[in-house]
Ligand binder design. Structure first.
Ligand code: GDP
Length: 440
């Protein structure tokens, strides 16, 4: 995410390295680079200029006695201003109605249907919500099918009325259906076109008018940069929508849309899409996004994802096993699965400060664990729970079965042993022994 922009901003801050204090000249020089980086990332020139002017004023107005070095100060000021530009605080969606009706709008291909599914899943996981997805694209039967597929994936009912050519009627019927069947959220997926056209605008405005949704969301592909911002403007003029959904942030996005959209339409970005899978959805936090743009990672989101996967019961069982020296390969496999559930490896790595930059040219695929998994799957249940029994001939058999080499099997066994020792240590003498060991 935003690798190019992060790199360029980093070089812009380097201009200040070695300077003992902020001066008008070095600030101007550094900010010229910041502005160039923003414009290259497809941020509108006017916004980029205003941005750097604000940062400049703040930088020069700083007390010279500040404890931060000029480079650090600039990073902080740019971070604060980026956060502000992207909306300051995170904003949720309005779920006040019964049912609360959420209308999705946007161009075809922006990711509306995918996001409708993700949002339904997100709300369903909140336990108190029972969403209904509604297919309102009367032109493309394939789109209706797609929503059914998505609904099935997330276990949410989909309402469609294939013979009906009137999206306003379908929406109204769907809301009535939701009331009768205890759905407290209705998510309406509408037809998009490849480009803004009058017929589409009239149709979506008519639906909007007729059903008066609690929340109208505009979905936009972040890869389209300035176009995304212009489309947002057009939709906003007609719909006065409540929030923006920025999709495909997992791709090679330059960042322009994320940075400029809020200030152009004055509506917050509420969620982001970070992949094709149904769990690739995140609440948009301006300050965390600013951290990511500046290559500072996003530890908060990483910890949150870990917490979502954390199962206290499981953790207790695991602890007992470790204490009894009974942690085996099945448990190891289980742990790997937990990690994988947190998201794609590349996505997770991007949240670790500094790692995103280091790994930007490395193609980490989600099959990174495949070799390890294959080796474990080739072990017998006895070998998994009692790895000690794995002798040379068993190693050969395991390597053959998993399509790996004896060396790779050895390596895994070695890592497994080290992990076992480490876990034992963290359990036993607590962190103190670990600390001593690390100090050497
Ligand atoms: P719609 O025409 O607006 O309903 O768009 P779709 O939901 O059909 O999405 C268009 C394409 O974009 C599909 O291939 C989706 O899988 C893909 N897509 C949607 N959201 C994301 C995302 O956040 N990341 C990635 N990589 N692909 C996405």
């Amino acid at each position: 995410m935003f690798d190019n922009l992060s790199d360029k901003l980093d070089s812009a801050f380097h201009v200040l390295k070695g300077h003992g204090q902020i001066t008008e000249i070095n600030v101007a020089e550094s900010l010229k680079e910041v502005r160039r980086a923003l414009v290259d990332a497809d941020v509108n020139y006017k916004i980029a200029k205003e941005f750097t002017n604000t940062v400049k004023e703040r930088a020069l107005g700083q007390d010279v006695l500040t404890t931060l070095k000029p480079g650090q100060l600039m990073v902080k000021l740019v971070k604060d201003e980026l956060t502000e530009l992207m909306g300051g605080e995170a904003e949720g969606i309005n779920l006040s109605g019964d049912p609360s009706v959420i209308l999705m709008s946007g161009l075809q291909g922006s990711g509306k249907t995918t996001f409708s599914g993700k949002l339904a899943n997100f709300l369903k996981n909140k336990k108190t919500k029972k969403p209904l997805l509604v297919a309102c694209d009367v032109y493309r039967p394939a789109a209706i099918n797609q929503l059914h597929v998505v609904g099935e994936q997330v276990g949410v009912e989909v309402y469609s009325d294939e013979g009906n050519q009137d999206p306003v009627a379908i929406s109204k019927d769907a809301i009535a259906y939701a009331k009768e069947n205890g759905h407290n959220v209705v998510i309406i997926d509408t037809a998009g076109r490849l480009a803004v056209d009058e017929a589409m605008m009239t149709e979506i405005s008519n639906i909007h008018e007729a059903i008066q949704p609690q929340e109208t969301l505009f979905v936009v592909d972040s890869m389209t940069g300035q176009d995304a911002v212009n489309t947002a403007k057009t939709f906003n003029e007609r719909l006065n929508f409540d929030g923006v959904i920025l999709t495909k942030l997992d791709g090679d996005t330059r960042g322009g849309a994320a940075i400029s959209i809020k200030s152009v339409v004055n509506k917050p970005i509420k969620f982001i899409g970070t992949g094709e899978k149904m769990d690739a959805i995140d609440i948009f936090y301006p300050s965390r996004m600013a951290d990511r743009i500046l290559g500072m990672g996003d530890v908060v989101s990483l910890v949150e994802r870990a917490q979502e996967q954390y199962d206290e019961e499981e953790a207790r069982k695991l602890q007992k096993k470790i204490a009894k020296n009974a942690f085996g390969f099945d448990d190891f496999l289980n742990q790997l699965q937990q990690i994988k559930k947190m998201g794609s490896m590349k996505d997770l790595m991007g949240m670790i400060p500094g790692a995103g930059k280091m790994l930007k040219d490395v193609d980490i695929d989600d099959d990174a664990f495949k070799g390890i998994e294959a080796i474990i799957h080739s072990m017998t249940p006895e070998e998994r729970s009692e790895p000690k029994v794995i002798n040379a001939s068993r190693k050969k058999r395991i390597a053959k079965g998993s399509g790996t080499t004896v060396q790779e099997v050895n390596q895994l066994l070695k890592q497994f042993n080290q992990m076992g020792k480490m876990m034992k240590m963290m359990q036993g003498g607590g962190g103190r022994k670990m600390m001593q060991m690390m100090k050497g």
